[in-house]
Design a protein around this ligand. Structure first.
Ligand code: C2E
Ligand code: CA
Ligand code: CA
Length: 657
């Protein structure tokens, strides 16, 4: 249609044959026809050109459309792929959601969690059934009210919980995470972890709190076990050193801050090592438990007591009102140990040495205060059994000297610094030598001669007495055998034995020493001290019996100063008693003592025991003792202890004085 229309628009000059049709000849007609054909051809060509152009244009357009379509198609494919991926992810998420929801449901159902919802406006607190079940409480037991719920709380936790809740609600803390104990229907406490969140309205007012309850009893018990292990002594169940150090540190700081005073007592059992060795460790453990229990009930709840280890106990009074309060407490404790104890059917005397110190006067650090109390105790030990000392600075020097002595003592045997001296005792009527007592002397390379009264107690405390005691026995037996071999008159040697040396091994050890030296058992005597042997009388009697059965004679030293009653004296396997020097000293002075000395002699005789009087210094004493039929006499009146050479000289020349 457009082609036809274009043809009519062609101007007239291109078609002259049509314009002059009336005047034309045949030739003209032919010319015109040719022109016409040419014109038509041109037109057709033009039309064809235009058509071609148009078709090309159309084709281009079509191609571009096709390209666009192709691109769109590709994009669509990519989009489809992405869609598929998203879809797959969605599927995954959905299944994960289902799994986690399932898990959460399971968790809530199976765990101890309970839920709570506290309406702060109405002050009503909804607690989920699960939690009421956990506390074995019937639905009706707890009204959904905050205060009622608090009523289930442990009294020790209530104030703390109230404060924490208040702080959270007032915005002072940003987390609500509280642990406390709730009482169940059987009056057991359930440790509960409460976690919650505050919900506010659009104006910022507190609306409600929601949260959960979790039973953490098991965890708490576990924590407590760990705490106990760290801060309590496994044997006695009382606090240990770590606990005491923390409490003492706090108490010292508090005393400085508040300008008050506190006191620390240091206790150490006397002869515990020996008890342990003789009666066994199980018995030792039992004794420590008994001591701990009795001390606790003696001091009461105002004090904190800990076992530092071994047989050492420490008692802390955080605040004292006066020094007399410290004295009074010490006396109470000492009194506790004055009477005989029965531990696992064993009757015994248990005693302690005790020291005290006051803080912050005597020191401001845990180390110093512990050391002071220990030092005071150490000096009390020196003073004898069941003694008590209050710390003063001069004690530090004493302790230093003792420590030094302890170190020197350790080397003394190897360095041959010990020597035995011998003091004879005589038959009272004939004044013949009846025996000799071996007495140790320490010749210190720097300090010179040191008395046994100075170093024997230290050797006993440190356990060094075992080695030293063995050396004394060996040397005394060897020396006596040597003298006997030389042909001097045979006499017995009496060796002082510390009770710490008496153990189940003693009979065997003594036999060994005798056979090693070649000395016959009847020429060995052992001197034991009454007060010491009575501490663990039953067990010692067994051992002493074995010793005596082997032929060794047993002599009770310092007789009259100990605790022994006649019934015990009867039980002890003895051959002789040695009346303590204090009674001999007083013979001429006090009527009362004279009577006692008389009594001692006659009691001993009634028990078929021979009697030695030690420390005889005067003629009056000799006369008195002779009059009262004392069997043997020993003392400076006759002769002082002699070194081995002097003793040999005496043996050689004269056997009576
Ligand atoms: P003890 O067993 O009662 O010994 C008697 C002490 O009195 C001895 O002192 C002796 O020298 C002293 N003495 C003797 N006669 C008289 C006297 O007439 N007047 C005075 N004032 N004193 C007299 P020593 O040797 O210094 O011994 C003191 C304590 O040391 C002994 O008392 C004993 O308990 C202990 N001891 C001495 N040697 C040994 C030993 O070898 N082993 C053990 N375990 N302890 C010993
Ligand atoms: Ca003696
Ligand atoms: Ca004595």
């Amino acid at each position: 249609m457009r082609l036809i229309f274009l043809a009519f628009l062609v101007p007239q000059k291109y078609f002259p044959a049509f314009v002059n049709s009336k005047t034309s000849s045949a030739m003209v007609i032919n010319q015109n026809t040719s022109k016409l054909i040419l014109g038509i051809t041109v037109i057709i060509l033009l039309i064809l050109f235009i058509v071609k152009k148009y078709v090309t244009h159309l084709k281009d357009k079509l191609y571009s459309n096709y390209q666009q379509l192709l691109r769109a198609n590709q994009e669509l494919a990519v989009a489809k792929e992405n869609l598929q991926i998203n879809y797959n992810e969605l599927l995954d998420k959905q299944s994960a959601l289902i799994t986690s929801e399932e898990r959460y449901r399971l968790a809530v159902e199976t765990a101890n969690d309970g839920l709570w919802d506290w309406d702060l406006q109405e002050n009503k607190c909804y607690i989920s059934e699960r939690w009421k079940e956990r506390l074995s409480l019937p639905e009706s037991a707890i009204v959904n009210h905050y205060e009622v719920w608090l009523g289930q709380m442990h009294p020790e936790d209530e104030a703390r919980v109230r404060q924490l809740v208040k702080d959270y609600l007032e915005g002072k803390t940003d987390k609500y995470y509280i642990e406390y104990r709730l009482r169940d229907a059987f009056d057991n406490y359930i440790w509960t972890l409460s976690i919650g969140k505050l919900i506010k309205d659009q104006f910022g007012n507190n609306l409600r709190m929601v949260g959960s309850h979790t039973d953490i009893t098991e965890r708490k018990e576990y924590e407590e076990k760990i705490y106990k292990m760290a801060y309590y002594d496994g044997l006695t169940n009382i606090p240990n050193r770590s606990y005491m150090i923390e409490k003492l540190d706090r108490a010292i700081n508090l005393s400085i801050e508040l300008n008050v005073k506190g006191a620390l007592f240091f206790l150490d059992l006397d002869n515990f090592k020996q008890i342990n060795d003789t009666l066994g460790h199980d018995f030792g453990d039992q004794l420590l438990k008994t001591v701990s229990d009795r001390l606790i009930s003696c001091i009461g709840s105002d004090f904190i007591m800990a076992r530092l280890g071994g047989d050492e106990f420490v008692i802390l009074k955080e605040i004292i009102t006066s020094k007399s309060e410290v004295e009074e407490t010490a006396q109470r404790i000492i009194h506790l140990f004055q009477n005989k104890w029965i531990v696992e059917e064993n009757e015994m005397f248990v005693t302690v040495s005790m020291g005290s110190t006051i803080f912050p006067d005597d020191g401001k650090s845990v180390r110093k205060i512990l050391k002071n109390a220990d030092t005071a105790m150490y000096c009390a030990k020196d003073a004898g059994k069941n003694a008590y000392n209050v710390f003063d600075e001069t004690m530090l020097e004493t302790v230093l000297v003792r420590k030094e002595m302890e170190m020197d003592l350790r080397k003394a045997i190897e360095c041959h610094e010990f020597k035995l001296f011998y003091q004879p005792y005589f038959k009272a009527n004939t004044r013949e030598i009846a025996g000799i007592e071996a007495l140790i002397r320490w010749f210190h390379p720097q300090k010179g001669l040191i008395s046994p009264t100075e170093f024997i107690p230290i050797a006993e405390e440190t356990g060094l007495i075992t080695g030293i005691g063995e050396w004394i026995l060996r040397e005394a037996c060897r020396q006596n055998e040597e003298w006997q071999k030389k042909g001097y008159q045979k006499i017995a040697v009496a060796v002082n034995i510390s009770t710490l040396q008496i153990s189940h091994n003693s009979p065997q050890l003594l036999k060994g020493i005798l056979s090693e030296s070649g000395l016959e058992a009847k020429w060995l005597q052992i001197e034991i001290t009454e007060s010491e042997v009575m501490e663990i009388v039953e067990e010692n009697i067994l051992i002493l019996n074995q010793i005596r059965e082997s032929g060794i004679k047993i002599l009770l030293d310092d007789f009259g100063t100990g605790y022994s009653s006649l019934s015990y004296l009867k039980k002890l396997p003895l051959d002789m008693v040695k009346i303590d020097r204090s009674f001999i000293l007083d013979i001429e002075r006090q009527e009362k003592e004279i009577v006692i000395t008389e009594d001692i002699i006659s009691i001993a005789h009634k028990l078929n025991l021979e009697v030695i009087a030690e420390g005889v210094e005067t003629q009056e004493q000799v006369d008195y003792l002779l009059n009262h039929e004392c069997d043997f006499l020993q003392g400076f009146f006759f002769i002082e202890p002699l070194c081995a050479e002097e003793m040999e000289g005496l043996l050689k020349n004269n056997l009576s004085l």
